[in-house]
Design a protein around this ligand. Structure first.
Ligand SMILES: [Zn+2]
Length: 163
């Protein structure tokens, strides 16, 4: 039987359905975690909610919370197992950001001491905007958050946000 929450063309759904083999480190009713087959560093883990949602924009808040909670639970053991003192979290949310599998996922990436990590913040070449530019951007974002919330509240009860 095809699970209506899953998408047969999605590699993560096939993994969750048992059609692809992965090395699982955690599984419960809602969330699975397994080793990335193309690790950035040894012990690179993917944490994935079982229901198919394109990315964080579409994941119900409670399921997003569950996914982050599983990541939080994995972290200490992952640090111990790899001997890495740092474990970075990364989640691409959109093709422009490098998302390749369109099923929400969190990367947990152990970073060995002295090893390069592709995203280093702050970027030493970043321009520092003026306080007024930062304040204007903050105001713009806050207004947009409210506009999004108003737009969502205006939707009829049964209207699903398209995936
Ligand atoms: Zn999927």
């Amino acid at each position: 039987m095809v699970d209506p929450n899953q998408n047969p063309t999605c590699v993560f759904c096939r993994i969750i359905g048992g059609d692809e083999t992965v090395s699982i480190i955690h599984e419960d009713e809602e969330v699975i975690a397994f080793l990335d087959v193309q690790p950035l560093h040894r012990g690179h883990v993917l944490v994935v909610p079982k229901a198919h949602h394109k990315n964080l924009f579409y994941v119900p808040e409670e399921l997003a919370t569950r996914t982050f909670a599983v990541a939080k639970r994995i972290l200490p053991g992952l640090r111990r197992a790899t001997g890495c003192r740092a474990v970075n979290l990364f989640s691409p949310n959109g093709a422009d950001g490098g998302q390749d599998v369109f099923h929400f996922h969190l990367h947990l990436i152990p970073v060995p001491q002295g090893a390069p990590f592709p995203l280093q913040l702050p970027d030493p070449n970043a321009e520092v905007p003026s306080r007024s530019a930062l304040d204007a951007m903050a105001t713009h974002i806050v207004r947009s958050i409210h506009d999004e919330q108003d737009a969502e509240a205006a939707l009829p009860e049964h209207a699903a946000i398209p995936r």
